[in-house]
Design a protein around this ligand. Structure first.
Ligand code: ADP
Ligand code: ADP
Length: 218
């Protein structure tokens, strides 16, 4: 479970995240909706401990992510698939992450198979298509078998087959009891996949409701 309480982050004059409070519950896919620049990525980086807040707290399973002894076991995240290191093979990328988080190397083959990259593990990530990089990023997120998953704009640039695949994966992860948070700037990407909706604009909370209630109201 993710708990965000009064989270606030400024970049100079820009109030990127403004007193945000919300909860992401286990067993659900929660959609995180807002226009470009609303503060979604900043919020996700704060939850992951990749940046520090000016005030407020974000905890994963009761602790700040950065304080977890094995962060990849606490939360898996897909942030920027374009950033996946080009020169290493998919297998070595995952192996390095596993080693740094005390995860057995047998898990690397498991997650490569899980995301449909079983045959591509020995290839360099630099030669991967966007869809394959997306799958590699998801393999990294699943490596530690974490109870919490965070996907930042996971459908961006994917073909229809990839979109269907990621949607099914998120549904399956929630059905297994994980808390899944997925951001998007498009309502159309969220309505088919999510149980709960959190909407932000200019860093502030605009709505926090079930998808059923949202659809009934619109
Ligand atoms: P979203 O993910 O919803 O598109 P972001 O969290 O990326 O929004 O950005 C929120 C606001 O914070 C924007 O105004 C953006 O320009 C600003 N911002 C984000 N990251 C930085 C940064 N590292 N330095 C300065 N401003 C930033
Ligand atoms: P390092 O600083 O060892 O090179 P990274 O820059 O890859 O590590 O990661 C920085 C932090 O983010 C670490 O705490 C790491 O465990 C965490 N991290 C890296 N990749 C992921 C991911 N896919 N999901 C969740 N956390 C991650």
């Amino acid at each position: 479970m993710i708990e965000v309480r009064g989270l606030t982050k400024r970049y100079g004059e820009v109030l990127a995240v403004d007193d945000l409070t919300f909860t992401v519950r286990p067993g659900e896919v929660t959609g995180f909706l807002g226009p470009n620049g609303a503060g979604k990525s900043t919020t996700l980086r704060l939850i992951l401990g990749l940046e520090s807040a000016d005030s407020g707290t974000a905890t994963v399973g009761g602790r700040p992510h950065a304080a977890q002894p094995a962060p990849l076991r606490a939360v898996g995240a897909l942030l920027d698939p374009g950033a996946v290191l080009p020169s290493r093979t998919a297998y070595h990328h995952l192996l390095a992450l596993a080693a740094g988080n005390g995860i057995p190397r047998s898990r690397v083959d498991e997650v490569l198979d899980d995301v449909g990259l079983g045959n591509a593990g020995r290839r360099r990530a630099g030669a991967f298509s966007l869809g394959m990089r997306q799958r590699l990023g998801i393999a990294a997120a699943l490596l530690g078998d974490p109870p919490v998953l965070i996907f930042d704009e996971p459908l961006n640039g994917l073909d229809p087959e990839g979109i269907v695949w990621i949607r099914h994966l998120m549904r399956r992860m929630a059905a297994e009891g994980r808390a899944v948070l997925m951001s998007s700037h498009l309502m159309s990407e969220l309505e088919l996949t999510t149980d709960h909706l959190i909407v932000i604009g200019r860093g502030r909370l605009i709505a926090d409701m079930t998808m059923k209630a949202f659809i009934a109201a619109h």
